[in-house]
Write a protein that binds this ligand. Structure first.
Ligand SMILES: Cc1cc2nc3c(=O)[nH]c(=O)nc-3n(C[C@H](O)[C@H](O)[C@H](O)COP(=O)(O)O)c2cc1C
Ligand code: SF4
Length: 435
């Protein structure tokens, strides 16, 4: 397990987050901002940039954890088509609110990461696709882009090099599914946000049928550090397979919710108790979703076990996933059936309706869970919801279907007695409440 000062988390991606005024280009440049991008364009070959990012072990922070450098290397070099780099700033998953901090307080780190990424893959055009509800953040990013153009950081011959790069901000309209990269691309093209079948993957046929890379905000904001301090500098943090630091947004019934940056590989239990202050007075943790609402829910015992470290492998060992790093904490006052009912309503509402298992299954799950929660459930319906979830899991075009199924499967597996109590007694477990 990684050694770590749990009371004083380190800052790499968040290095500027507490410095007032970093959203202004002049302040960002005073701190050495855009120097790494300038050096990279002037002195590095694009392939060497990709190689360095590969060596750093950086994995996508949008949820899937795919190796960023490897993804960049999939862009076909011989294609005559324009290439695009898209930043996924849709951040709409319940429990996930880490990218928002970068967008609000340090937009230039993101822009600098995009300049380096675009140079590496040969893109002269980039887009930031931002969640529709992020009105304030969209204003901040828009102002940052305008300032960057005025400063010669974006546009023609950027940073006094011979590289051109244009960056555009595009606001979504409040659909969670538009965070899925191919739905995002469809939406950016002006169509309904329906996920595409893969392959072809966006790196080969993405925006306007051209080679495209979609990366998360946090992923791109980590890139300037990697190029400034080298892959080894980045690897000082984290583990072999989960390199670097990760942002975790923590919400729910815990003393100190917030967004924390920690090196991967530290103890989840110590993070929950020492960094985030532990449960509220007189309560104890009951269940935790560690990676945003789309990953399996685990019990307190699993979360507090020694093998549960804050990295891709550690969360996998206890039957869940790191996902986007959105930690949702439920304590002993929460009715798990009610919590699941709320989640399943979200997925039923956000399903795009393209594939039958997801379109029909998510709505069906919600209806049955609503019935059980309201004391009208039938004994067979516990197995029924697991059966519905099993028939969605792995059977759909995009992972929204899996995301709807996993919390149901894991909640029934870990908290079956609560479902049974609802069916037998027609109400929630004593001591739990509807939040
Ligand atoms: C339903 C759904 C919603 C998603 N929402 C987001 C999102 O808001 N932000 C994000 O970066 N990735 C999101 N993803 C993952 C993206 O499809 C994609 O994997 C990611 O943007 C790639 O960036 P990365 O390699 O830097 O992680 C979502 C995936 C699904 C299935
Ligand atoms: S899994 Fe659901 S959200 Fe994804 S494409 Fe199919 S219907 Fe749409």
């Amino acid at each position: 397990m990684i050694d770590f000062d749990y009371k004083n988390p380190e800052k790499i991606v968040f290095k500027n987050i507490d410095i007032p005024g970093m959203r202004y280009v002049a302040n960002y440049r005073k701190k050495g901002g855009y120097e790494t991008a300038r050096t990279v364009i002037a002195e590095w070959k694009p392939d060497d940039v990709i190689e360095e990012v590969k060596k750093s072990g950086l994995r996508g922070r949008g949820g899937a954890g795919f190796l960023t450098g490897l993804k960049w290397s999939f862009i076909p070099k011989d294609s005559p088509l324009p290439k695009y780099l898209i930043c996924n700033a849709d951040e709409s998953e319940p429990g996930t609110f880490k990218d928002r901090e970068i967008l609000r307080f340090d937009p230039h780190s993101l822009i600098e990461g995009m300049i380096i990424g675009a140079y590496a893959i040969g893109a002269h055009q980039g887009y930031i696709y931002i969640r529709g509800e992020f009105a304030q953040e969209a204003n901040v990013v828009n102002d940052a882009i305008e300032e960057a153009y005025k400063e010669g950081v974006l546009g023609k011959s950027i940073l006094k090099t011979n590289w051109d790069f244009d960056l555009h901000l595009y606001r979504g309209a409040g659909a969670y599914i538009c965070g899925e990269e191919t739905a995002l691309i469809e939406s950016l093209e002006g169509k309904r946000g329906h996920p595409r079948n893969k392959p072809p993957f966006p790196a080969v046929q993405g925006f306007n049928q051209s080679p495209t890379i979609v990366n998360n905000v946090e992923t791109l904001a980590a890139v300037p550090y990697i190029l400034k301090y080298g892959a080894q500098g980045y690897r000082k943090y984290g583990t072999e397979k989960s390199a670097g630091t990760k942002l975790f947004s923590v919400c729910g019934l815990i003393k100190k919710p917030g967004v924390y940056e920690v090196p991967m590989g530290i103890s989840f239990k110590r993070f929950l108790y020492e960094t985030c202050g532990g449960p509220l007075e007189g309560r104890e943790f009951k269940a935790i979703i560690p990676g945003g609402s789309s990953v399996p829910l685990i019990t307190r015992e699993m979360a507090e076990s020694e093998e549960c470290t804050m990295d891709y492998e550690g969360f996998q060992k206890v039957g869940t996933m790191l996902g986007s790093g959105g930690v949702i904490v439920y304590d002993n006052s929460v009715c798990i059936v009610r919590a699941l009912e709320i989640l399943s309503r979200f997925y039923a509402h956000e399903s795009c309706g393209q594939c039958t298992p997801c379109r029909e299954g998510t709505g069906w799950l919600y209806k049955v869970l609503h019935r059980i929660e309201n004391g009208l459930g039938h004994p067979d319906e516990i197995d029924l919801i697991v059966d519905i979830a099993n028939n969605i899991d792995g059977e759909t075009i995009c992972p929204l279907g899996d995301a709807a199924a996993w919390p149901v499967q894991s909640a029934v597996k870990n908290f079956r007695s609560e479902f049974e109590y609802h069916i037998t007694h027609h109400t929630c477990l004593p001591g739990t409440a509807k939040y």
